[in-house]
Write a protein that binds this ligand. Structure first.
Ligand code: SF4
Ligand code: SF4
Length: 225
């Protein structure tokens, strides 16, 4: 098992997915060696260089690993590009600047995870019947998605009433209640087998997943137990 990079996914039952996710800790000077050790053992570190200068540190994502939880953790605070430290204490680790308006978010992650003693945590997610990330979202259809629809004889999925043009992109239509038009009453996806890449590459257990579950289901730590 390669800890500290992508999530480890195991299907526990038909509908339950066991995910190993990083635990988030906060570190200040002089505890940077502890921060490095925490990250190499699979966790994420919020490193405070000063009271107004924070970095989110995580293991260097493998190239093209779209399930990497470090990368998604950065995305959740609006950072799509990361750097890798070339020298010094954090050499070899990836990091992003934490924007000032995201201090509250990273502090909440640290509080949430303060009950977990180890750098990683296993949780079970009812991913196939959850649908939290299928609400109030913006799914852009790429060329590969539209071609997939066509191959499946569902070219209609790339046009109204299922999709519409917005700012030069084709996006999935939401219902009035903000649910994706393909989300069924039991929270299953009606087009699961041919769903867009943006949906199939959304990693369960990521910070984006956990925040969706908190917003939509009131589950602070993502899991029910
Ligand atoms: S919010 Fe997470 S658990 Fe729920 S459907 Fe999306 S990825 Fe799966
Ligand atoms: S297409 Fe399916 S997986 Fe994607 S947002 Fe809609 S319901 Fe969710």
């Amino acid at each position: 098992m390669d800890r500290g990079r992508g999530a480890l996914y195991v299907f526990a039952e038909m509908s339950a997915l066991q995910v190993t996710r990083p635990v988030v800790r906060s570190f200040k000077w002089p505890f940077f060696d502890e921060a490095v050790s925490w990250v190499w053992r699979g966790g994420h570190a919020v490193v405070w260089l000063s009271a107004r200068k924070a970095r989110l540190v995580f293991a260097h994502p493998r190239e093209a690993d779209e399930f990497d939880l470090g990368w998604w953790s950065a995305l959740d605070i609006g950072q799509s590009e990361f750097a890798v430290a070339k020298r010094g204490t954090f050499a070899g680790l990836a990091y992003v600047r934490v924007p000032h308006d995201c201090y509250r978010i990273v502090r909440e992650r640290v509080v949430r995870d303060s009950v977990h003693p180890e750098p990683t945590r296993a949780i079970e997610l009812d991913c196939l019947a959850c649908g939290a990330c299928c609400k109030d979202n913006r799914v852009v259809l790429e060329k590969v998605d539209i071609e997939r629809f066509e191959r499946a004889g569902r070219a209609d999925l790339a046009a109204p009433p299922y999709a519409r043009r917005e700012d030069g992109a084709v996006v999935l239509v939401l219902r009035r209640d903000k649910r994706c038009k393909h989300l069924e009453d039991d929270n299953r996806c009606a087009v699961y087998a041919i769903r867009p890449d943006a949906c199939s590459s959304f990693p369960p257990g990521s910070e984006c997943c956990l925040s969706s579950r908190e917003e939509e289901m009131g589950l602070v730590d993502g899991a029910r137990a």
